[in-house]
Design a protein around this ligand. Structure first.
Ligand SMILES: [Zn+2]
Length: 231
């Protein structure tokens, strides 16, 4: 339903009825505001509660909107590559195809009018994938020699929640969005996944193995978490 906050801002509100819930919960999701309340709570009470949270909701919805805008492929926004932020410049032209050029501190996109965000996302996906195959494959080969741990295969995937994985069959998989990160962090992910060939879980032995090859891995993990907060 549509709901008006104190400042007349319209929000999309979803009310979930939970039989066992004693309190009332409010959260912001990518689709809007969701409130969970007990079945017996009158609608007027729920609405009064949401209204009382107007300032908080207004502030957080604004933040969310700003975050979403940052992720759009539009001129002036930043796109990460090898740990550096590059400014995006999208130039609309009389043409049929979309091209991507990396020049100095800028990603220059030449595109037809009304190019969709999906098209641009795919353009960057292709770019990251090509770069990942080119940079990460030799990196894995280097570390295979150093660690003497041999994967069954290497694949690159469009995963956003996982930087890398190692299957029970010792096939390694890497997200091609790793190319957003600096090379020394990519290197840590490579060592991490190769170490899983020997140690399948995150045991003390596992971390000792990682540390043997990357003594400063803890600092690198800290840096990785910082990047994750930006992306
Ligand atoms: Zn792991």
């Amino acid at each position: 339903m549509q709901f008006k906050l104190k400042n007349n801002q319209k929000i999309s509100l979803e009310i979930l009825r939970k039989p066992k819930l004693k309190n009332i919960n409010l959260r912001i999701t990518p689709k809007g505001v969701v409130v969970s309340a007990n079945k017996r709570m009158p609608l007027a009470d729920i609405e009064a509660f949401v209204l009382s949270k107007s300032d908080w909701l207004s502030k957080h919805l604004k933040n969310q909107e700003a975050q979403e805008k940052k992720r759009l492929f539009i001129t002036g926004n930043e796109v990460y590559f090898k740990g550096e932020a590059f400014i995006l410049e999208c130039v609309e032209m009389q043409r049929h195809d979309v091209t991507l050029e990396l020049c100095e501190k800028k990603f220059l996109i030449k595109m037809p009018h009304n190019t969709s965000q999906i098209t641009l996302q795919e353009l960057f996906n292709d770019f990251y994938k090509k770069e990942a195959v080119m940079h990460i494959t030799p990196l894995v080969e280097d570390w295979v020699k150093k660690m003497k741990l041999y994967p069954k295969g290497i694949a690159f995937r469009k995963t956003t929640r996982q930087w890398g994985s190692c299957s029970s069959q010792n096939s390694l998989s890497f997200s091609y969005y790793l190319m957003k990160l600096p090379l020394h962090i990519i290197e840590y992910v490579v060592v991490h996944e190769l170490a899983h060939i020997q140690e399948k879980n995150h045991s003390t032995n596992f971390w000792a193995l990682v540390e043997e090859f990357l003594p400063n891995y803890k600092e690198v993990v800290k840096k990785l978490r910082e990047f994750e907060r930006v992306f």
